[in-house]
Ligand binder design. Structure first.
Ligand code: NAD
Length: 366
């Protein structure tokens, strides 16, 4: 993916008709063309993580200057090294990486100097771990957020785009979820993300730096860690199935999620950074479509079969719901469409095919 033009994006996203038509009128494709001719300086926190690496790669391929920071507690340097093998030497030279913790405000200040946009992804991301270690979740997700946001504000950053989460809504809030739904997080993780939004609300009134919170739903894509103890469902199942191991569904399988491709999350971040909006905004970011876990499982098994992988004959094992899980979580994305021109471009089927291709060692999806 050397350069990004319309034809590249078209080849990335064969999918159902709603995705095809959205793509044709994409505000994003116009924005990408513009960005290629104007170099800006971006800071990505959590740069070595799943979403962070995709942000870094897209920005570098657009000829942008990128500063990545990460304490490597979850993400690995190898992820970034892999990114750098996929970008041209010229683009690679525009990347700086600093291993650091966002709780170090002096380092946050140093690396925010000269930055126009911060894309803040660093966090302790696991719901079960936040239940076990709520102080750690608070230190990383709230104190870390505050330190990086204050450092960015002092340095004159234009926009601070940060990863919030659908977990701020909690249980039983109806579906699809609009940004106006009451917030009742069911875990310390969701609570920390809500506190971040409250800080953004407060700080955004005090300076010209815009705050934009993106409430991601379930993000999927190549490079998501399947071996982490709290791995997300898609990489965990694919990892198990290709090894002929039995999968487990927490709950009765009717649990419904909104799975969104990581390229669409990258799109949302870039649009949120540059679109002139109010000083404090929050948007849901998902596909807008609900998928039941049993359906997801069947689709993965079918796609693996198409790729020549024979899955274990046993049906998945159904286990108890995990603490902090919610049974239905689907995004109403009309606000993001309206204020950002956000248009999800990658269907679930295409997204899963790309994850599978990568998991089978068939290369990084074009
Ligand atoms: N992946 C999803 O489905 C999803 C859904 C909702 C919200 N989010 C949010 O999106 C963001 C990115 O998620 P991800 O899936 O890429 O997770 P990830 O765990 O792959 O990446 C997070 C990165 O942050 C780094 N990090 C953690 N604590 C840090 C600290 N104190 N200082 C510096 N770096 C630190 C980790 O080493 C890791 O590389 C997170 O804020 C997460 O809460 C993700």
């Amino acid at each position: 993916m050397e350069t990004v033009d319309d034809s590249v994006w078209v080849s990335l996203v064969p999918g159902p008709p709603q995705f095809e038509s959205r793509k044709m009128m994409s505000v994003y494709s116009k924005f990408l063309r513009e960005l290629q001719t104007s170099r800006r300086r971006w800071l990505v926190s959590g740069a070595a993580g799943f979403i962070g690496t995709h942000l870094v790669e897209t920005l570098l391929n657009l000829g942008q200057e990128v500063v990545g920071i990460d304490n490597l507690s979850a993400g690995g340097k190898a992820n970034l090294e892999a990114v750098l093998t996929r970008v041209s030497p010229d683009h690679k030279s525009k990347f700086e990486f600093y291993e650091m913790d966002i709780s170090d405000i002096e380092k946050c200040r140093r690396h925010c100097e000269g930055i126009q946009y911060v894309l803040h992804q660093a966090a302790l991301t696991s719901v079960p771990r936040s239940i076990k270690e709520p102080f750690l979740a608070h230190r990383c997700n709230v104190e870390g957020f505050l330190k990086l946001a204050l450092a960015a504000q002092e340095s004159g950053v234009e926009a601070f785009v940060y990863a919030s989460s659908a977990s701020v809504y909690g249980q039983g809030q109806g579906s699809p979820l609009s940004e106006e739904a009451p917030l009742m997080p069911a875990s310390p993780y969701g609570t920390t993300k809500w506190i971040d939004e409250i800080y953004a609300q407060r700080l955004g009134q005090e300076s010209p730096m815009r705050f934009f919170g993106l409430r991601y739903f379930n993000v999927i894509g190549p490079g998501q860690d399947a071996t982490a103890s709290y791995a997300a469902v898609v990489p965990r199942w694919i990892h198990a199935l290709v090894r002929n191991e039995r999968t487990e569904i927490f709950g009765d399988g009717e649990t419904t999620r909104d799975f969104c491709d990581v390229e669409d999350v990258v799109q949302a971040n870039l649009l949120a950074a540059v679109t002139p909006t109010g000083s404090v905004e929050i948007c849901n970011i998902g596909s807008g479509l609900g998928t039941r876990l049993v359906e997801l499982h069947e689709t993965i098994v079918r796609l693996l079969k198409e790729d020549g992988i024979v899955c274990p004959p046993n049906a998945p094992r159904f286990g108890p719901f995990r603490a902090g899980d919610v049974d239905r979580s689907v995004a109403d994305i009309s606000k993001a469409i309206k204020i950002l021109g956000y248009a999800p471009e990658v269907s679930l089927e295409v997204s899963l095919k790309r994850v599978i291709r990568h998991a089978l060692g068939k290369g990084w999806p074009e």
